[in-house]
Write a protein that binds this ligand. Structure first.
Ligand SMILES: Nc1ncnc2c1ncn2[C@@H]1O[C@H](COP(=O)(O)OP(=O)(O)OP(=O)(O)O)[C@@H](O)[C@H]1O
Length: 340
């Protein structure tokens, strides 16, 4: 295990600045995610940490030791790639053993370590199978085992669940987390799946266009994003434009006592979909709207509601309203986030 400090890291390819001054601090034993859209530089950052690419400037520090001049094989940061990269002509056992052979570990120790890891990833009974004879989840466990057998200081996971179907994905998330916790291994996972990042990580670094926009706990990121662009990563939100005068937020849709006390001529408030409740027209409170669009999604129903000059998005357990119905909506304004 090791802590990781990434300090002012930059990387360009063909004069295009792919990583711009990245700084993050990962604690020993922590599980963090790099979350961002395709092409924002997540995998490049992982490869720099592993030593598969050279940095242009900045530093990478494991446990107070700079590692940028340390070779990949000596660094102890191991990537599990999205497509597992298992050797097709080797059995599960041989795949797991391979890295130890390369390190010239003796046969006895190799056998002991591989058996230990086979137990850990619950693949003992499949050890003589070839990758083509395994399910997607089992192949992924082999890929994890191959990394873990080398006793890495840092485990790097590159979109580890993207090739798995949805049910298996949930199971594998739990499985990876249980191993990570048991070994207390510092882990950095790349993902573009917000739910995966939020549910698995101690902290999440939101990356956009080669920059870390916010590095925070899942709860803070979801409830207190520092910008509209970060907020949008976590799903569509509603923004209502207004002003703050004498401690009151005022707009043509809602007004309420503001927790921001400064007067502001123009400000946007963020209202999550789940903070908008729908009621029938005889409800005594709320503001009138018309349902413009309805999308039934099983456990939830999504509604777009025209309220004066804007369309608000709501999510509800109730699917009784139809398109063009008039409804009353109530907007919960507690803990509102403000953006200038
Ligand atoms: N070896 C390379 N040579 C040139 N350009 C590269 C190289 N590797 C990555 N890039 C470019 O750098 C940018 C970031 O790529 P990277 O793979 O890090 O993104 P990503 O966020 O991991 O995306 P994805 O989720 O699609 O894997 C992309 O524009 C990519 O085309």
């Amino acid at each position: 295990m090791s802590s990781v400090k990434i300090i002012n890291l930059t990387k360009s390819f063909n004069n295009t600045n792919v990583l711009k001054n990245i700084t993050i601090d990962v604690e020993e034993g922590e599980f963090i995610s790099l979350l961002g859209p395709s092409g924002c530089g997540k995998s490049t950052l992982l490869k720099l940490i592993a030593g598969l690419l050279e940095v242009d400037s900045g530093d990478i520090v494991f446990n107070n030791e700079s590692v940028i001049n340390i070779l990949t094989e000596k660094r102890g940061a191991i990537i599990v790639f999205q497509d597992y990269l298992l050797f097709p002509h080797m059995t599960v056992y041989e795949n797991i053993e391979f890295g130890l052979k390369m390190k010239k570990v003796t046969k006895d120790i190799r056998s002991k370590k591989v058996e230990e890891i086979l137990n850990l990833v619950k693949l003992k009974e499949h050890k003589n199978r070839y990758p083509s004879q395994l399910s997607g989840g089992q192949q992924q466990r082999v890929a994890m085992a191959r990394a873990l057998v080398l006793n890495p200081r840092i485990l790097l996971l590159d979109e580890p669940f993207s090739n798995l179907d949805i049910n298996l994905r949930n199971e594998m998330r739990e499985f990876v987390l249980s191993i990570q916790k048991r070994l207390n291994i510092t882990t950095i996972m790349v993902t573009h799946n917000k739910e995966e990042a939020l549910t698995m990580s101690n902290r999440v670094a939101v990356m956009l266009d080669g920059e870390i926009k916010q590095f925070d706990t899942p709860k803070n990121l979801y409830e207190n994003p520092n910008s509209i662009e970060v907020a949008n990563i976590f799903g569509e939100r509603n923004y209502i434009k207004g002003c703050i005068e004498e401690g009151i937020f005022k707009s043509n849709i809602i007004s309420f006592e503001s927790n921001l006390k400064k007067d502001l001529k123009e400000v946007n408030i963020m209202i999550p979909k789940e903070n908008i409740s729908l009621y029938s027209m005889d409800y005594k409170e709320g503001i009138e709207g018309i349902i413009k669009r309805k999308r039934y999604a099983g456990e939830k129903t999504y509604y777009d509601i025209q309220v004066k000059d804007i369309v608000l998005k709501a999510i509800s357990n109730n699917d009784i309203y139809k398109e063009q119905d008039k409804v009353k909506i109530v907007i919960k304004s507690k803990n509102t986030v403000y953006f200038r």
